[in-house]
Design a protein. Structure first.
Length: 71
């Protein structure tokens, strides 16, 4: 059996200007991260999309009172 090749293109949910890696996240970017987290997006997905570490995402979400995640 031969492996099946899949070409999948994933379009980002957020505009690309918010996905660039920068020194500090703007308040608007922080708001987007919170919104995406509340929509049950995975931590890894948020990390890759926004270029922010999981630790920083957790800190940001804890400040808003949304942590820990509910099952």
């Amino acid at each position: 059996m031969h492996p099946v090749a899949c070409n999948i293109t994933v379009k980002p949910v957020v505009p690309m200007e918010y996905c660039e890696r920068t020194e500090r996240a703007t308040e608007e970017k922080k708001g987007l991260i919170i919104n995406v987290y509340q929509e049950r997006s995975s931590m890894r997905g948020i990390e890759r999309t926004f270029g922010v570490s999981r630790t920083n995402i957790e800190r940001l979400v804890k400040r808003t009172g949304e942590w820990p995640p509910t099952p």
